[in-house]
Structures are given as structure tokens and as C-alpha cells.
Design a protein around this ligand. Structure first.
Ligand code: 1FH
Length: 217
């Protein structure tokens, strides 16, 4: 029974999003492009391709954030100090820029642009990428550094200069989510968008997987 009462309060938004998207997270982790990348079996051209797609995603996210800077909901998570576009540009410079047609990225960018219609929807997009980058992304950065034998250049995307302790940042982020004045239906709408965002990321990974024979090493 999911009836919310004084004895059985609704879960905090941060817990709802984390628990409610666990199945989608696990499904994404099974993507073969990502497992090949983390096993050191993707070449530099493949990683450059992936960075080029990520750049389009973060450009859309950070354009939308500027648009929603004063939005009562979205402003709880928007923070120019964690923006990734400059870091992505530095990495793209290092790896060699690539512009590749990507229907999966087109769909994702369109959804980000639509999310500005309600701050809660944008929160879903912001949460899924930036909290992910501050979580599993930290481990991914270390693995890429090792597998490509890097000395710090080329992995700016994973290093948040303004966030010395990701755990503290994530705890404060979750507290800001949990303080938002949202009804049950609104919270469910945000969770539904988070699930959709995982699916859109999965679409990019699936698309990258179609290039595996080109990018093996
Ligand atoms: Fe993740 N993630 N993630 N993740 N992740 C964690 C938390 C989040 C991996 C590991 C972890 C993606 C991918 C991968 C989120 C989004 C996304 C945590 C920490 C770990 C260890 C859990 C904790 O703190 O208890 C690994 C490994 C991945 C690749 C192999 C992709 C799908 C991101 C979405 C776009 C989010 C939002 C969180 C925070 C949850 C929370 O609320 O605390 C990944 C899969 C990347 C496939 C690329 C390809």
C-alpha cells in the first residue's frame, strides 16, 4: 500500500529518484560500448566520438540552465560551478574534435530543450547527468586515465575543480532536492522524466555500440 499518512510518510525526493531509477541504472551499466571502453578496448577515435556527443548534451543542459536560472524549482540545483562545457571543450581539443550525426543525441537534446517548460522536468535532466558524473563518473575518469595512460590532460570532464569532496556536494544537492515544495504527483512526474533520461543516455550508448568494429583496439 503506497498511501501516504503521518505514520507512513512519502519518501524524500532524492530517495525516490535514486530507488526509482535503480533498474534503469543497472540496465545502462550493461551497455557494451561502456564495458569495452572501461576494459581499454576502445581507441582514441571512439572516445573522441563519444565526447563530441556528450558536448551536445551539456551544451543543451547548460543553455537550459541559463534560461531557468531564476526558476523557483530549477534554481535549487543549477550551479555554474559544476558546468562541464569548458572541460568538455578542453578534452575535445586533446582528443581531436569529431562531429558525427547522431539521432540518439538529437532526441536527447530535444527532450532537454522541452524540459524548460517546467523546472521539475529540468531537475530530472540535471540530476541524472551531474549526480552521475559526481558518482560513477569519478571512477570512470580514473579508469580512462589508466587505460589510455594519461597524465591529467584529456580527462577534465571528470574533474570538478569546484567540488573537492563529491560526497559532500551530493549530500547538499540531495538536501536541496528534499526541501522543494512538491506534491506527490509532481515528484512522480520528475521520477518519470529521470527514467526517460536514463533511456536517452542508453540510446547514445546503444548508438555507440553500433560503431564497435570501427573503434576496437
Ligand atoms: Fe551511475 N553510479 N554509473 N550512471 N549514477 C552511481 C550513481 C549514479 C556507474 C556507477 C555508479 C551511469 C553509468 C554508470 C547516475 C547516473 C548514471 C554510483 C554511486 C556508482 C558507483 C551509487 C551511490 O552513491 O550509492 C558506472 C560504473 C557506470 C558505467 C559503467 C549513467 C547511466 C548515468 C546516467 C546518465 C546517477 C544519477 C547516480 C546518483 C544516484 C543517487 O541518487 O545517488 C553509465 C552506464 C555510464 C553506462 C555510461 C554508460
Amino acid at each position: 500500500d503506497t498511501t501516504v499518512t503521518a505514520e507512513n510518510p512519502a519518501p524524500a525526493l532524492s530517495a525516490l529518484l535514486r530507488t526509482g531509477s535503480q533498474a534503469e541504472h543497472t540496465a545502462a551499466e550493461g551497455s557494451s560500448f561502456m564495458s569495452e571502453l572501461l576494459a581499454g578496448r576502445i581507441n582514441a577515435a571512439g572516445y573522441a566520438h563519444f565526447l563530441g556527443l556528450l558536448r551536445r548534451v551539456y551544451e543543451a543542459l547548460e543553455d537550459a540552465a541559463r534560461e531557468l536560472r531564476d526558476d523557483p524549482l530549477a534554481s535549487a540545483v543549477i550551479d555554474p560551478a559544476i558546468e562541464r562545457l569548458a572541460a568538455l571543450d578542453a578534452d575535445i581539443e586533446h582528443w581531436g574534435a569529431t562531429v558525427v550525426a547522431s539521432p540518439a543525441t538529437d532526441a536527447y537534446v530535444a527532450r532537454i530543450q522541452q524540459s524548460t517548460s517546467w523546472g521539475g522536468l529540468f531537475i530530472a535532466h540535471h540530476y541524472t547527468r551531474y549526480l552521475g558524473d559526481l558518482s560513477g563518473g569519478q571512477a570512470i575518469g580514473r579508469i580512462i586515465t589508466r587505460e589510455f595512460d594519461l597524465d591529467g590532460a584529456g580527462v577534465a570532464f571528470y574533474s570538478f575543480d569546484a567540488v573537492p569532496k563529491p560526497k559532500l556536494y551530493k549530500d547538499a544537492y540531495r538536501a536541496r532536492l528534499d526541501a522543494l515544495p512538491l506534491g506527490a504527483d509532481e515528484r512522480e512526474r520528475i521520477l518519470a522524466e529521470v527514467k526517460a533520461v536514463f533511456g536517452l543516455n542508453g540510446g547514445i550508448f546503444a548508438e555507440m555500440t553500433t560503431y564497435l568494429d570501427q573503434y576496437g583496439r
